[in-house]
Design a protein around this ligand. Structure first.
Ligand code: ADP
Ligand code: MG
Ligand code: ZN
Length: 646
């Protein structure tokens, strides 16, 4: 029973290579696995796509006894079990969709040691059947995935997670407890430790920078967004993507627009769509009938449909690793929400793109929702105000992201509390639009001050159209009829382009200098910060950006420089061969009735296309190929490569 630390680590690394086909651990994985194997509790805080699953999957193969994984969603569970089985880990799940006989079969297999990794939904822990099983089973490790679901301060709170602590306490022998989350907030972290009753856990927090993601932000008028998106989608027809909208209605409208526009925009030749007749985009939101929702998710996950247009209800159940782009049609409410949703791109480590479309009216809408947000009856007036203040603070950080001219990767890592100075030496590995653009900031203090004065002149009783007209000295009939040409600020900004006056006014609204009332005839009034504009020291800026030219290469989501660590010296990835291998992957996926990425990730296929293996040993060199996948698919893929080369 006395195994040295070196031996533990060697076993873990051997398992990583043999089963998973990866050469080395990623940051955090080694330490977490080591600590678990020593029998100590852990909390792993690592971003989406960083490889948390492996941190309990490897121990499940090395520990004497069963590993139970508590995972919030049934759909997620099935994919995880499929994925584990594909690489040779005996895994199964227990959930409410199974008959009692099926559940008993799984329990028997676990008791006989034929299942080492057992996924359960948290609701199961409260059933007598499961408690009976668990009390008599030899459980070495309980892993809690998406552990932030236990916290009411997180976005995904699930009351069933609160029962986990009691479940563990009721077991005759306390197993090791391992919790994993991508949520970086200190508050949520504290909740996890407390509510799950972790014992003196080793807390491992890894860097939050996702170096394979390219971050783009683009200020676009509301009407231009759909067209921009359709053009983007048409240019990336063979890639999988997610578009997030803020309302259910928007998801359906945008999906319709895309399905109507994209076929016209797409070049007629050269695109080998897997199902020419099927739609390009499907809508997904919580208001759809369950069957339709499941269908949408299934089609997306199996690559039958490349694109899903969704509300934020979509995502946590999605483990799809080859999402190449995420576009936000509107600005989300916080950086946390944005990073989680955008982070669903590129889980396989391949270069992927996250684009945020925004404009000033998005900001105004968000602020309005916050101020008039539905009252929570359980909270006192005071507490509600506190919550509102906290949410305003989160929103400000999100607005800051839209406005900043600094590196977007650094903005994120700073936000998540990584030392700004330590990170300042690091350059922008994944790339971002701000690092690729040139900026100029314009001093618009005079314009802002004058707008403010005009609002005062007009007695806070007119809409923005009139204010701009007055400032520009318009001779329009209704301006003259109302005598607005006698206002002291009439014509005061005649020298400034109308669009600039508009932009500054809008920016003043979203910054709180002005507000716009709701209703059929919105009126511009003073906001909380209005007084600042009469301060002689008042200074106000607006940034303008010269964006990089859209890349003319066929896959703009892949930056010119590969930020990956493998494949060097192999003459680069062969695009045509990659497509060829994708076809084979699709065939196999259909044969076994599993999503394509369960067969191989995009990353593995790219590595394969660049290495062109012809022998078993060469095939094992491919990232993500272990003994099990070599046995199952090696021959067919090597044959496909040989055929391609003929
Ligand atoms: P998370 O749960 O943290 O979001 P996953 O566990 O789903 O991430 O892993 C994301 C992807 O990274 C998977 O495709 C996984 O196989 C891959 N991965 C995990 N660890 C490694 C590693 N050490 N080397 C290469 N790829 C890895
Ligand atoms: Mg995970
Ligand atoms: Zn950058």
């Amino acid at each position: 029973m006395t195994i040295s630390q070196e031996e533990l680590d060697a076993q873990a690394l051997g398992t990583l290579r043999r089963y998973f086909g990866y050469e080395d651990f990623r940051p955090g994985q080694g330490a977490l696995i080591h600590t678990i194997l020593e029998g100590r509790d852990v909390l792993g805080v690592m971003p989406t796509g960083s490889g948390k699953s492996l941190c309990y999957q490897i121990p499940s193969l090395l520990l004497h006894g069963l590993t139970i994984v508590i995972s919030p969603l049934i759909s997620l569970m099935k994919d995880q079990v499929d994925g584990a089985n594909e690489i040779g880990i005996p895994a199964a799940f227990i959930n409410g969709s199974q008959s009692i006989d099926e559940q008993e079969d799984v329990f028997a297999a676990a008791n006989a040691g034929r299942v080492r990794l057992l996924y359960v939904a948290p609701e199961r822990l409260e059933t007598q059947r499961f408690v009976n099983f668990a009390t008599h089973a030899d459980i070495a490790l309980v892993a809690v995935d998406e552990a932030h679901c236990v916290s009411q301060w997180g976005q995904d709170f699930r009351s069933s997670y609160l029962g986990i602590g009691d479940f563990i306490d009721a077991l005759p022998d306390r197993p090791t407890l391992a919790a994993f989350t991508a949520t970086a907030t200190e508050r949520v972290r504290r909740d996890i430790i407390q509510m799950l009753r972790l014992r003196d856990p080793e807390v491992v927090v890894t860097g939050f920078d996702r170096t394979n993601l390219y971050f783009d932000i683009l200020k676009l008028g509301t009407r231009d967004k759909a067209n921009w998106i359709a053009r983007y989608v048409a240019g990336h027809a063979d890639e999988s993507g997610i578009i997030y909208c803020s309302t259910r209605k928007q998801t359906e409208e945008l999906a319709d627009t895309i399905n109507a526009l994209v076929p016209q925009l797409r070049p007629a030749a050269g695109v080998d769509a897997p199902h020419p007749s099927s739609p390009i985009a499907v809508a997904y939101h919580a208001g759809l009938p369950p069957a339709q929702r499941e269908r949408a998710q299934r089609d997306f996950v199996t690559d039958a449909v490349p694109l899903v247009v969704a509300t934020n209800a979509f995502g946590m159940g999605i483990d799809k690793s080859n999402v190449r782009y995420v576009i936000h049609h509107n600005m989300p409410e916080s950086i946390e929400a944005y990073y989680q949703e955008a982070g669903r791109a590129g889980r396989d480590g391949e270069p992927s793109r996250c684009t945020l479309l925004w404009n000033e009216s998005d900001i105004v809408t968000r602020r309005r929702l916050l101020d008039n947000g539905g009252a929570n009856e359980r909270l006192t007036e005071d507490e509600q105000e506190q919550v509102r203040r906290w949410k305003r603070h989160l929103l400000d950080a999100m607005v800051g992201y839209c406005r900043t001219t600094a590196c977007l990767h650094r903005y994120m890592t700073r936000y998540f509390g990584e030392d700004g100075d330590a990170a300042s030496g690091a350059h922008c590995v994944g790339g971002c639009v701000n690092c690729d653009s040139t900026f100029s900031t314009t001093d618009v203090s005079r314009i802002a001050r004058t707008i403010s004065r005009c609002v005062h002149d007009l007695g806070q009783t007119y809409g923005s159209g009139k204010i701009v007209a007055v400032l520009r000295g318009s001779q329009a009939k209704d301006v003259l009829e109302r005598g607005l040409d006698h206002a002291p600020t009439f014509g005061a900004l005649a020298d400034v382009p109308q669009s600039t006056v508009r932009d500054v006014l809008n920016q003043m609204v979203s910054d709180g200098f002005l507000t716009i009332t709701e209703g059929r005839l919105p009126i511009v009034m003073f906001g909380a910060r209005a007084a600042e504009t009469i301060d002689p020291a008042f200074h106000y800026e607006m940034k303008s950006i010269t964006r990089p030219k859209p890349a003319s290469s066929p896959r703009p989501s892949r930056p010119a420089v590969e930020p990956t660590t493998f494949g060097g010296g192999h003459g680069g990835t062969d695009e045509a061969l990659f497509e060829h291998l994708r076809g084979l992957r699709r065939d196999i996926a259909r044969e076994i009735g599993k999503p394509p990425y369960i067969v191989f990730s995009d990353r593995s296929l790219r590595d394969m296309a660049s290495r062109r293996p012809h022998t078993d040993d060469e095939f094992l060199e491919v990232s993500g190929v272990g003994a099990s996948k070599l046995g199952k698919y090696g021959e067919r893929f090597m044959q496909a490569i040989a055929d391609f080369e003929d």
